[in-house]
Design a protein around this ligand. Structure first.
Ligand code: HEM
Length: 442
């Protein structure tokens, strides 16, 4: 058993699946590409540098002048991340891929314990195929009156480090399915939190799928096909299409959220912190699992974009380009929340990082794995975009405690609105030959 897919393994094209020739063809024919951020940036710069410089009157946006843009952050689309035999489900500690499709589901009125069991078994088998870059069944069935099992849009695409993380909501353990005795100890609906303006259509869910991949079409194909194979048991509830990861893994540069700030600088990253704050220990069948909180957070982007830079930096407590705490000069300098100048705190006590930092929250840390999202324009013609805020923690109260404070006092609140919310138990990774949460039915 491997410890985890922390470093995605380079999987050889697997043996032909039950689909036979079709699956193996898909597996070997998928495009093999290595796309470097540096390459993309360089190509863009070559095309646009002259025009951009002329319009801006400077080369301020040029890659060479941006701190941290070393160009080492590359993506290998041929990589695949194994699904079975990890201690923890993948897609949590796995270095964040570039895109994410996050979907929640509600179990239908006709769903039973047995149909839930079949759903989890079918999803597990299908995910194990998808992460290898294989289809989940015939795309072009031989019988003319047959319907495609796999919808086909990922045919020819590489695995792109696809991970699919499966979550079980509180509703799975209510009186409908006879599973109340196995409810994970800390799984309960989140309380109302100050500042919440949650929309029912973006809140809750009995199941969640978080599909992350370096190719958006691979992630979308996975969720679309997993949803399609269980329609009589689970109906789609809400979905967010995320891009531009807003957190970093080992060796990755810190990416930026849509407010233009680096996001994920001080995230959970060490083994000790994962053990202390993310993974569940001595938790019966959930040992090795964790809890996922999902929040859809809208940004009032047009207003933000006209806020002066000093205010933007005061709100986060960090500089915009380097991402340094206002008490220091470099991104990874430890913030000094006590430092004062002219009698005032250099990092505002109501700034986002001052309120969220472990130093000011009894040492509590949560693993953030956010993605930017956009839904285009809203009904007023304004940019409809924000942050899909995904966190993993071994105690949901760690999220709740932080958000109660942020929701009440954060300077950032002027520019954001929490409109979606859900919590899920994330079971450990299944062993080969088993399926996610099989222990529930034994
Ligand atoms: C749209 C919403 C949000 C935005 C744009 C945002 C952005 C940021 C940025 C730019 C940083 C500084 C860089 C870093 O250390 O990652 C940060 C830090 C952090 N954020 Fe957020 N964040 C948002 C929501 C939240 C929420 C809802 C929580 C928790 C309930 C949270 C918890 C944290 C924590 C724990 C840190 C690290 C603080 C530290 O240790 O210095 N954030 N966030």
């Amino acid at each position: 058993m491997t410890e985890n897919a922390d470093e995605p393994a380079r999987a050889a094209a697997g043996p032909a699946s039950s689909e036979g020739a079709q699956a193996s063809t898909a597996a070997v024919s998928r495009r093999r590409l290595i796309v470097g951020a540096a390459g993309t940036a360089a190509a863009g710069a070559a095309l646009g540098a002259g025009v951009t410089a002329a319009v801006l009157g400077s080369n301020e946006r040029g890659a060479a002048s941006v701190p941290g843009a070393s160009g080492t952050d590359s993506v290998d689309l041929t990589r695949s991340v194994p699904f079975y035999d990890q201690v923890h489900q993948v897609g949590i500690r796995t270095p964040p891929q570039r895109h994410c499709v996050y979907m929640t589901f509600n179990l239908t009125a006709g769903a039973t314990q047995q149909s839930l069991q079949v759903l989890l078994a079918r999803w597990s088998a299908a995910i194990s195929q998808l992460v290898q870059g294989k289809s989940i069944g015939p795309i072009e069935p031989s019988r003319p009156d047959a319907v495609s099992v796999d919808t086909g849009e990922a045919s020819g695409l590489a695995p792109a480090s696809l991970t699919v993380t499966v979550g079980l909501g509180p509703g799975v353990f209510d009186d409908r399915f006879g599973l109340a005795a196995k409810r994970p100890a800390l799984l309960a609906n989140l309380p109302r939190i100050p500042g919440d303006v949650l929309q029912p259509g973006l809140t809750g869910g009995d199941l969640s799928l978080q599909a992350c991949a370096d190719d958006p079409q691979v992630a979308y194909h996975a969720v679309r096909n997993l949803a399609r194979m269980v329609t009589s048991t689970a109906q789609t509830h809400w979905v967010v299409l995320g891009f531009g990861r807003a957190s970093a893994g080992p060796g990755q540069e810190t990416p930026r959220n849509l407010m233009g700030f680096k996001d994920g600088t001080r995230n959970v990253s060490t083994d000790v912190d994962y053990e202390s704050f993310v993974w569940l220990k001595d938790a019966d069948w959930m040992t090795g699992g964790t809890y996922q909180v999902a929040r859809k957070v809208l940004m009032t982007i047009e207003t933000w974009d006209f806020d002066r830079i000093s205010d933007q930096q005061r709100i986060f407590g960090r500089t915009k380009l380097e991402g340094a705490p206002l008490s220091g000069t470099k991104e990874f300098d430890t913030p000094d929340f006590a430092l004062k100048a002219d009698g005032a705190h250099v990092i505002d006590q109501a700034s986002h990082i001052a309120l969220a930092a472990p130093e000011n929250n009894g040492g509590v840390k949560i693993l953030r794995r956010g993605y930017n999202f956009t839904d285009g324009l809203n009904s007023q013609g304004l940019l409809d975009a924000g942050l899909l805020f995904l966190t993993y923690q071994n105690d949901p109260q760690h999220f709740v405690g932080l958000q109660q404070k942020l929701g009440s006092f954060d300077l950032l609140n002027e520019y954001i609105r929490h409109v979606g919310s859900a919590i899920f138990a994330i079971p450990p990774s299944p062993k080969a030959g088993r399926y996610i949460a099989q222990e529930l039915f034994e």
